[in-house]
Design a protein around this ligand. Structure first.
Ligand code: MGD
Ligand code: SF4
Length: 748
């Protein structure tokens, strides 16, 4: 049994669970902190949780005269602790965005022309149901796919499961954290979780490898990071860029992009050959130590030096620092880890390093989470689906991967002599053209679709290409399912509407139910609405509904977090131990231990620089770049260029440039240059999510460069199918160069 199952209720039946739940309820109330009077200037305060990113912090929405006037952190909530990140407080910028989708629309012009007719909900929903049924009649339900990102997507996943399609996918897997979870599962039998199970606040040494905490703003992690630094914890940052976190670090290791695995192996070498690893822990819990020892024996810091650019003395010094603080040394698993296509192996190396330091399951390392299971709403079982997910051409590919978003896209493209396996998409909260690598493939797939339905709040790029657009109410205007993540403590949070939906937008729960009715699936939607749905679940579990509505969150009693507090070590791996050597990987034809292959990560061609991307603290991907409140702080991205490189190209700080990639694709818009020592000379850096082309985004359109259009290549992780995207190179074009190129194009 995994540790995170520790306090789950059985799901045998409603009555039994209600009895169990009553005891749980008392326990929960004992730990619920009352919400202090927040001295609102409004009429009421509605607790809920945020959706500006996926951390789901508890919020208090202040409402006056039917409008949300401000959003604060809910002190009762363990994820926010009463404090929000800069984005969370800016939620009203989304709610009152003048560009919001207002009414359902049906496409009237050519695909992508962005010409629509506003229609009634009935007409739009009927059109979607008819389109789905027409595809099903010809090709089966499995010819329909759902792309889902964001909390309200659960209603549509339910709809698709009831409808009988296995093609449900989330770009947050193959474009984000999938390789990390595969690497950790292979090593510990369990992923790193979301929220991550990182005990940052108690880490005495924190190692960040391309994980820019502080820019990649996940509230609790950033608060814990600040506590760790305040408490004198050591910080080692490995990044080709001098990130905000690097500014706080005792050691910044400006690694050559793509060489992290060499550094990780050299660190293992030092820990093992100098006997600095946690011997007892490894002897007790690990499998394959002797093989690992032999494997890293020749991989000295001197071996790593030419590959990484890091001085061997610094590699030794940092390994000693990590060993000195173990087991309270946390090598952070990272989150957006789809870099070079060998990402599962790099993530596995990070996991193994944590194993050698004895930090898995230990204070200051990676804690054992617990989760509250709330009773389900009674509904019929889903139909059995025998068709496999259509996310790869050959079922033997990517043996440890599931639901590859780019694979579903590729299966939607008509090729010579081959009919597409996918004919229709429903897209919930995912702006696919800027999310999947290789935009040309995405647009080809879209052109081949028989039906594209988008459920969104803003007129993003994907909306412009849709046949039917269904405007969703924002998170401040709707109820959603309960949030009960595996975390440091069990808790449940409620999303409740602070105000009524604006315009004719509707909650996703309503849209999915209405579609269900039209598709003959009414029995799968027996609830009246999302409020009744969650209330039934909460009451059936024996929790205090009124209290939850008032406080927003009910917290369970603290559970043991570490082995030293009594958590029983258990590893859901083939050997039942921490796998330093993976017989499973060997059996599948992969390296059983992470191996650095020279030349595997291609170097930039002459005159080109590796395109690296990241986040700004005030934004989440492209979803917030039209938010005028958040953009007061960060309205446009800039191209970070190393000072020596800028001098070579005679680029001035602030000068606007275009980027062109190795395949001749030029950015549609320009951005200012940021000349800085803070980026490796082999690379340039851009914040992701800018350079929108959608006309309806009247604020964000044409601001900055869209990194996604330059990501024409990607390298697929052979183990789980993640798309390594840091394999593209760009060069610089001045406005005059762009004009010259355009003139050349006209002549030819
Ligand atoms: P966003 O870009 O945030 O997420 O990529 P996506 O899944 O596309 O777009 C979210 C969409 O949701 C927007 O259209 C927004 O308007 C809409 N939306 C916002 N709120 C709501 C709501 O309440 N309801 C509905 N229905 N819609 C809403 C994220 C994905 O991208 C991820 S997780 C990662 S880590 C990758 N990051 C990344 C990168 O850094 N660079 C490049 N080039 N590609 C990337 N792709 C991946
Ligand atoms: Fe909202 Fe920020 Fe929390 Fe994300 S980290 S849920 S944006 S407050």
């Amino acid at each position: 049994m995994k540790r995170r199952d520790f306090i789950r209720f059985g799901s045998a039946g409603l009555t039994a669970a209600a009895v169990l739940g009553a005891a749980r309820s008392r326990q929960l109330q004992a730990y619920a902190h009352p919400v202090p009077d927040p001295r609102t200037d409004g009429d009421r305060v509605v607790p809920s949780f945020c959706e500006l990113c996926f951390w789901k912090c508890g919020i208090l929405a202040h409402v006056k005269d039917g409008r949300v006037t401000k959003i604060q952190g809910n002190p009762n909530d363990p994820l926010s602790g009463g404090r929000l990140c800069p984005r969370g407080a800016g939620g009203t910028g989304l709610l009152y965005d003048p560009d919001r989708l207002q009414r359902p629309m049906i496409r009237r012009g050519a695909r992508g022309s962005q010409r629509f007719e506003e229609v009634s909900w009935d007409a739009a929903l009927n059109r979607v149901a008819e389109g789905m049924q027409a595809i099903t009649a010809r090709h089966g339900a499995e010819a329909l796919a759902l792309y889902s990102h964001g909390y309200g997507g659960s209603w549509f996943e339910h709809l698709f499961k009831a409808y009988g399609s296995p093609n449900i996918t989330h770009p947050s897997y193959a474009q984000c954290r999938g390789p990390r979870d595969a690497g950790f599962e292979l090593t510990f039998g369990e992923g790193a979780g979301s929220p991550e199970i990182t005990d940052i606040a108690h880490a005495r040494c924190l190692v960040l490898i391309g994980s820019h905490l502080g820019e990649n703003m996940h509230n609790t992690q950033v608060q814990d990071f600040a506590s760790s630094i305040r408490a004198g914890g050591d910080l080692i940052v490995v990044d080709p860029r001098f990130s905000t976190a690097a500014g706080k670090a005792r050691h910044w290791l400006p690694i050559k992009p793509g060489a992290d695995l060499a550094l990780l192996l050299a660190w293992m070498h030092v820990l093992i050959t100098e006997g600095l690893y946690d011997r007892d822990y490894i002897a007790q819990y690990a499998y394959g130590f002797e093989q690992l020892k032999a494997h890293v024996e020749p991989l000295t810091p001197e071996w790593a030096h030419p590959r990484t650019g890091i001085d061997p003395a610094v590699i030794r010094q940092t390994a000693h620092l990590m060993a000195g603080a173990r087991p309270a040394t946390l090598v952070h698993p990272g989150r957006h880890v789809t870099w070079y296509g060998n990402d599962t192996q790099r993530s596995r190396a990070i996991a193994i390093l944590n194993g050698l330091l004895g930090s898995w399951g230990r204070r200051g390392g990676l804690y054992s989470s617990s989760q509250l299971e709330v009773m389900p709403y009674p509904k019929p079982a889903y139909p059995t689906v025998t068709a496999a997910i259509r996310d790869r051409a050959d079922p033997t590919l990517y043996p440890l991967g599931h639901e590859l978003a780019q694979g579903i896209r590729d299966a939607s493209i008509r090729t010579e002599g081959k009919e597409p396996g996918i004919r229709g998409w429903m897209v919930y909260g995912s702006n696919l053209p800027t999310t999947l690598p290789d935009q040309r493939a995405t647009y080809r797939a879209i052109q081949d679709l028989e039906l594209l339905v988008t459920v969104d709040v803003l007129p993003m790029e994907i909306v412009g290409w849709s046949d039917v657009v269904l405007p969703e109410a924002t998170y401040l205007e709707r109820w959603d399912d309960l949030n009960t993540p595996a975390y440091r403590e069990p808790f449940v949070s409620l999303r409740q509407a602070a105000v009524d939906p604006l315009f004719e937008s509707k909650p996703g729960s309503w849209i999915a139910k209405e579609l269900g009715k039209r598709l003959g699936l009414a029995s799968y939607f027996p609830w009246n609405d999302a409020k009744e749905y969650v209330e039934t679940r909460v009451r059936a579990t024996g929790l205090d509904w009124e209290r939850l509505r008032k406080d927003g969150t009910l917290r369970g009693s603290p559970q043991p977090l570490y082995y030293e507090e009594g958590v029983a070590p258990s590893f859901d791996t083939e050997s039942g131990k921490i796998e330093l050597y993976s017989a499973q990987l060997a059996g599948l034809g992969f390296d059983p231990m992470p191996t650095f292959h020279d030349g595997e990560v291609e170097d930039p061609p002459a005159g080109y620089y590796r395109l690296l991307t990241g986040r700004a603290p005030t934004h989440t991907f492209g979803r917030t770049t039209n938010n005028r409140l958040l953009s007061e702080v960060f309205a446009e991205n800039a191209v970070w260029v190393n000072r020596a490189v800028a001098a070579k190209w005679r680029l001035q700080d602030g000068e606007r440039i275009y980027l062109k990639n190795q395949d001749g694709v030029r950015s549609t818009y320009s951005a200012p240059v940021k000349v800085t020592e803070r980026i490796h000379p082999d690379a340039v850096y851009l914040v992701h999510g800018y350079g929108h082309k959608a006309k309806g985004l009247r604020f964000a359109q044409a601001r900055g460069i869209d990194d996604a259009e330059l990501i024409t290549r990607y390298k697929v992780d052979p183990i789980m199918g993640g798309t390594g995207m840091n394999v593209n190179f760009v060069t610089f074009l001045r406005a005059s160069d762009v004009d010259a190129e355009a003139a050349k194009e006209v002549v030819t």
